[in-house]
Design a protein around this ligand. Structure first.
Ligand code: ADP
Ligand code: MG
Length: 260
């Protein structure tokens, strides 16, 4: 199992210690900066189970807390409550990973305010049950920070988190991650692809191309594809053809022709 890696070892160490202090952690960084990888690594290192929630405009109280359902037990119809990820994580002392927390509708998450502050408690509106979190319960949330703009996060919610700022890995660490997570072993080609990705990151920062083209996820796909096809076609399939805009595509073709 490969783990989150960074030259800056304070990221992983601080995250572990913050959880031990019962702080809620907000991971803030661009897509592909390893937020989910860090959460998965915390789960492994702390040897805890983890429930995940993906926020979207559709996220509602039921998808957080659970819902009532009708069950037939020994021939009798009963109404039972199926616990959602938050209630379950609180009761069983699991980690709760809330991804893209800024994508939820502003009215949905305040229901968790009491869970996220010193009370660590919620009154389940569907059952009336007062649930207080197990000692091991901890919350890790992630927010995607774009170059072009990020949906702001509700202030009262943000207030309840301590923040870890995440950045793309580069250089030797990135090389190590590529060796661990892809099929590519040719170190010379890895070096070239890292340089190419660095150019794309700069272009994305300047707003010339969208971030999905420069993300580490795209780079890892690209590395895998180069083991089964020529590098130009691999770049086309892993990077260029993801984009809709012809000018962006051309900018990447130009960068490719400079490097390869
Ligand atoms: N620091 C890192 N250490 C290990 N793998 C990483 C790191 N950063 C990115 N990755 C890899 O890049 C890909 C995208 O990372 P991910 O955690 O999904 O990013 P995010 O959740 O921030 O969008 C994954 O395959 C992940 O394994
Ligand atoms: Mg993620």
């Amino acid at each position: 199992m490969n783990l989150y890696q960074n030259e800056d070892t304070t990221i992983l160490n601080d995250a572990i210690n913050m959880i031990k202090l019962k702080k809620n952690i907000l991971l803030k960084g661009p897509t592909g900066s390893g937020k989910t990888k860090l959460a998965e690594t915390l789960k492994l290192q702390l040897k805890q189970e983890m429930n995940s929630i993906n926020c979207s405009v559709d996220l509602d109280a039921e998808s957080l807390l659970g819902f009532k359902t009708i069950e037939v037990v020994n021939g009798e119809t009963q109404i039972t409550f199926v616990e959602g990820p938050v209630i379950q994580a609180m009761k069983e002392g699991r980690l709760l990973y809330i991804d893209e927390i800024n994508m939820a509708k502003p009215e949905t998450l305040p229901i968790l305010n009491g869970v996220l502050d010193f009370r660590r408690t919620i009154t389940n509106p569907f059952t009336g049950e007062v649930v207080t979190a197990h000692d091991d319960f901890a919350v890790i949330a992630a927010i995607n920070v774009g170059y072009i703009g990020t949906l702001p996060m509700n202030e009262a919610l943000k207030n309840r988190f301590v923040v870890i700022d995440m950045h793309y890995i580069s250089g030797e660490i990135l090389k190590q991650v590529i060796m661990e997570q892809t099929q590519l072993t040719d170190e010379r080609l890895i070096g070239q692809l890292i340089q190419f990705n660095k150019d794309l990151v700069m272009m994305a920062e300047q707003g010339q191309i969208s971030e999905e083209a420069s993300s580490i996820r795209a780079l890892l796909d690209l590395c895998d594809l180069t083991t089964i096809m020529p590098v130009e076609r691999a770049i086309k399939r892993a990077v260029i053809d993801k984009l809709e805009d012809e000018r962006e595509q051309q900018a990447i073709i130009n960068a490719m022709e400079l490097t390869f």
